[in-house]
Write a protein that binds this ligand. Sequence first.
Ligand code: HEM
Length: 469
Amino acid sequence: MASIAPEAAANLHTERANPHWVRLGGDHKLDHIPGEDGWPVLGTTLMQLADPLGFQKRMVETYGPVFRTRSFGRRGVNLIGADANELVLFDRDKLFSNEQGWGPVLNLLFPRGLMLMDFEAHRVDRRALSIAFKPEPMRAYCGVLNTGIASAMEQWAKNTGNGSMRFYDAIKALTLDTAASSFLGLPLGPEADRLNKAFVDMVQASVGVVRKPLPFTKMGKGVAGRRLMVDYFGRLVRERRANPGQDMFSQFALATRDDGSLLPEDVVVDHMIFLMMAAHDTITSSATVLFWQLAKNPRWQDRLRAEARAVTGGDGLPLAYEDLGRMELTEMAFKEALRFMPPVPNMPRRALRDFRFGGYDIPAGTPIGISPAAVHADPAHWESPEIFDPMRFTADKVAARHKYAWVPFGGGAHMCLGLHFAYMQVKLLANHILTRFEVRMAAGAEPLWQAWPIPKPRDGLRVEMRRIC
Ligand code: HEM
């Protein structure tokens, strides 16, 4: 299997290691864009990390929807609004690079993932990987998830009985365990635990302040975790090719490109590692937001419980793949949770050519950011955006809205490949949890949310669980 020399691997995210990335040619090229450079060295980074939404709101009010910032040592331009989302995500003129936008953040740990590829190479691999999301394999994952979530519920019932728990932590553990079975086809046990730990180290490293893989740093642990996963997954590709199962990894191992050739082994490995990252914290975060709001809105919780009972026929029963489409209110509530606090609040790109937007000329090489979170909170599209209201997602309301006012899964060529998997998993969670437990906020609990890099409640979301079956 092709491997990258350690010294090259340690620099994958840098400009030096990527001579083909388009250069801005000096920060002064953005002098004409209104905005702020922030503090010496730190720039606007800390302000952006501490309160991204508040920061963006202030910048839009002060400078308008096209503004300049300086974070992680570089100037960049933010384009805020539904039209900006459409320009960048739909990318009709192939102006924006994903690789050069996400690469500086993710290349060290998740290089060559689908989201970090551009244009034709991306199209070819995306098409190959799509087979893993066709109805047949999805039905198989649905079966595995039903079983995995039901047995986690037994554990929850034993651990909490009628008691309190940290919902975010419990969902995180549950999605990690179900990922081992549905993505990798592994039974729970020491092997799955070892991989899960390596994976968690990688995800934590992607937000580490120290960007070099030095010993004892998050990045050092993350890079070691990646080595372990690359090694293990490399062997697993060969095993699954010889003896495929119904898991997602087997689908990837057997995926073919347009010319009929199998994806190379190291490519399968990189795609799988990226996919696990793309799936894990996003589902954990959005399911937590949904249950936070259901805990605060008992009326909506009752409606979703009634829907699950009507669709499955009772309490604590599996939700069949064929019935997913009947969980309509649950889907609307999940969409509202994704609006309320999108797991991917901002998306980076880099301009490949000069372009004009909002009255400004923006040069090639400019780091560009768009913000689903800002547009999802914009009263121009959402009346009283601070209120949780799933009725915003009735068909007529959706049809009347700008198509790019709600973009939790992105859009265009890079639109989330796993979005139907995400809907499925969250509907399964809603069914299994709500038909067994009533969920209420713990007395006095109102979580503070850490916004970066993927929203999570600082206190783990303290809830009371009362058994109903
Ligand atoms: C609520 C859950 C999820 C949210 C909010 C979410 C969000 C996103 C977003 C915003 C993008 C596009 C980023 C960009 O264009 O810069 C994306 C891409 C992607 N997501 Fe998801 N995601 C979720 C769950 C999942 C799951 C469960 C999987 C896999 C099973 C997955 C796999 C992917 C992949 C492979 C891409 C790259 C697609 C491409 O570049 O062609 N995601 N996701």
